[in-house]
Design a protein. Structure first.
Length: 224
């Protein structure tokens, strides 16, 4: 099967539904192996299985921390991160404390990210700022705080909020963090055209569940 190999290498093949079964995770991993996606992104309870299925493949295991609300404590996020790493996670996508950001408590937002950064050691850390809930100024602050705390990436969305990634948000995030920090677009990317637009705007990682449709030129009705 012909597919866009370069784009596939930028995709976190994602399955974060609450009702995902072991068989679903196995299928996700088999697809990731076949299409050479950058990673699979699964809930923490599925990390160990994904790590087992992908061992030796070169495909990374990504998981989510404080997901999807970001409203748990920093201690809980740090513990969840350490547990995920122990189970085989290579990359972690954490959700910021959105309420604290909107309240202007930048110190709390920063310390929250830093707690996870310190817990993740050499693993790749992506910080989900949940753009659908933020003003432009808040998006800029969230990106700056993430970069200051040592995040490797900033990420648009969980895919569970009222909106997902937009070209405008990706461009703003890229302009804010500069060329060295990664930008991950996620939420609502369902076809190759939209994926290409996100990359053109500055994304160098995409979080999608419609991964196969995207790399083969199709389209999916999936929300994430």
């Amino acid at each position: 099967m012909r597919y866009n190999k370069k784009l596939a290498g930028m995709i976190d093949h994602t399955l974060l539904k609450a009702d995902a079964t072991r068989a679903d995770i196995d299928k996700l991993c088999a697809e990731a192996r076949k299409f050479r996606f950058a990673s699979v992104c699964v809930n923490p309870a599925n990390v160990a299985r994904a790590a087992e299925m992908l061992r030796g493949s070169g495909v990374k295991v990504c998981t989510v921390i404080g997901f999807p609300l970001g409203a748990c404590t920093s201690v809980a996020k740090a513990m969840e991160s350490r547990d995920a790493i122990a189970n085989g996670a290579d990359e972690l996508d954490m959700v910021i404390n959105v309420g604290a950001l909107k309240a202007g408590d930048d110190a709390l937002v920063y310390s929250d990210i830093l707690a996870v950064r310190e817990a993740t050691r050499a693993r790749l850390l992506k910080v989900i700022i949940e753009t659908a809930y933020l003003t432009k100024a808040e998006k800029v602050r969230a990106c700056r705080l993430s970069k200051k705390a040592g995040a490797d990436f900033v990420k648009t969305s969980t895919g569970f909020a009222s909106g997902g990634a937009t070209v405008e948000d990706v461009a703003l995030m890229r302009a804010t963090v500069g060329p060295k920090t990664g930008v991950k677009a996620s939420g609502g990317i369902r076809n190759a055209e939209t994926a290409a637009a996100m990359v053109k705007a500055g994304a160098n990682r995409l979080g999608v569940s419609a991964s196969i449709a995207i790399v083969t030129g199709g389209e999916s009705a999936s929300k994430y």
